[in-house]
Write a protein that binds this ligand. Structure first.
Ligand SMILES: [Zn+2]
Length: 402
């Protein structure tokens, strides 16, 4: 667990009062949210280096503003009993919206990480045009927001995860090859969401936040890794020090379109032999002799029966993915790969093949073998990651919401 102990001078020359207040509020929030157990004001003062009276005043503001909950006082030997503090539940909430090739999902999550509303819409048998899809998703989001607002919760963030190249400046998805969307302005089609301005994000970038920070404001032990999102498409996100680094334009991480074989099949992106054509779900199912509408559990059943085509398909997918990951690791020096998405369902078969390729092709493998982990299967990690990303922004600027 990274230390949250950061000392700031209480009042430095040249530091304005609003800036100082913002900085101190952020420190107090970080101290309470990163703790494994509820903490007292005294403990927060000790961790932040702020005075007890400053901490008490700021904590009172945070309680009133819905950032922090106070629990019943603990009996103490001497002096005033300590009042434990923890992230607030059912107060400020974020809406996360996920556009997936096969489903849409709206989730609302509070500051304690509780999912307080959810709506799930399958995309099969639905027209794929942006107006229809985003209209449906917007309606699901509005129903979720109405549900939590009836319970007096306050939405403070809306983040939308999309499977493609996103341009926040123009509020657009530039290209989502697996949906056949290009230059789609999102806000116009999704409609008003509680008066909040939606922030757009790439699906793998957002899903990676569920690993870096499984609870809002609480860093996990893993802060440096490459997240691989494997579904029909394959994306990736490089996480350093708990933050996603997505490149100059935010377009990095397109692992699925790294070319594996120039003479390979034509990809949805127009190139040939992309990784997605070997290790994406549809490619994998096709190679195993199954329809692309089959579930990965069907593939798992054929693998358990030692079906030759299925075993060869997984061997090819794992080899391709392993080689691309080895090159990525050689380029970026990242020691841990986290495999998310639905390929996790066949990880027992896939991981040994990937690990073999990493041992063979990562230059530094003899000193430090790259670790490959899988995440607990969440059917909508992008929606969850969207809420975590949104709440991170809110927790970084608490004064804005008080
Ligand atoms: Zn491609």
């Amino acid at each position: 667990m990274p230390s949250t102990r950061v000392r700031y001078a209480h009042s430095r020359p040249g530091v304005s009062q609003p800036l100082l207040r913002q900085t101190n509020l952020r420190l107090v929030v970080a101290s309470i949210y990163a703790a494994d157990e509820p903490v007292s004001r005294a403990r927060v003062a000790q961790q932040t280096g702020l005075t007890r009276s400053t901490v008490s005043r700021l904590v009172d503001e945070l309680i009133t503003g819905g950032f922090v909950d106070e629990l019943d006082p603990l009996a103490a030997g001497r002096g005033r009993p300590a009042v434990p503090l923890r992230p607030a539940a059912h107060t400020l909430v974020a809406l996360g919206l996920e556009v997936n090739v096969e489903h849409l999902c709206a989730r609302v999550v509070d500051l304690s990480g509780n999912m307080v509303a959810e709506e799930w819409l399958p995309m099969r048998d639905v027209a794929r045009d942006p107006a229809t899809v985003l209209g449906m998703l917007g309606d699901a989001g509005r129903r979720c927001l109405a549900e939590v607002q009836e319970q007096n919760m306050r939405p403070v963030s809306v983040v939308i995860g999309l499977p493609g190249l996103v341009d926040r400046a123009s509020d657009s998805v530039l290209w989502a090859p697996n949906l056949d969307w290009s230059d789609v302005r999102i806000s116009d089609l999704i409609g008003d969401l509680g008066g909040l301005t939606p922030v757009l994000g790439n699906e793998a970038d957002l899903a990676a936040y569920t690993v870096a920070s499984p609870m809002p404001g609480k860093p996990s032990e893993l802060q440096d890794f490459l997240y691989v999102s494997s579904e029909v498409g394959i994306g990736a996100a490089l996480v350093r020090d708990g933050r996603v680094l997505s490149g100059e334009n935010g377009w990095g991480g397109e692992l699925g379109h790294i070319m594996v074989n120039p003479n390979g099949p034509v990809c949805v992106c127009g190139s040939t032999g992309c990784l997605e054509q070997y290790a994406g779900r549809h490619a994998l199912l096709r190679a195993a002799g199954l329809p692309t509408t089959a579930a990965l559990d069907d593939l798992l059943a054929t693998l358990d029966d030692r079906d030759k085509a299925a075993l060869a398909a997984v061997q090819q997918a794992g080899t391709s993915l392993g080689r691309v990951l080895a090159s990525t690791i050689n380029l970026l020096d990242v020691g841990t790969v986290v495999l998310g998405g639905d390929l996790v369902a066949i990880a027992d078969h896939l991981l040994p093949v990937i690990e073999h390729e990493l041992r063979a092709h990562v230059l530094t493998a003899r000193w430090r073998t790259p670790q490959v982990q899988t995440v607990w299967f969440d059917p909508a990690p992008v929606a969850t990651g969207a809420t975590i990303f949104g709440l991170r922004q809110v927790l970084a600027e608490p004064a804005r919401w008080l």
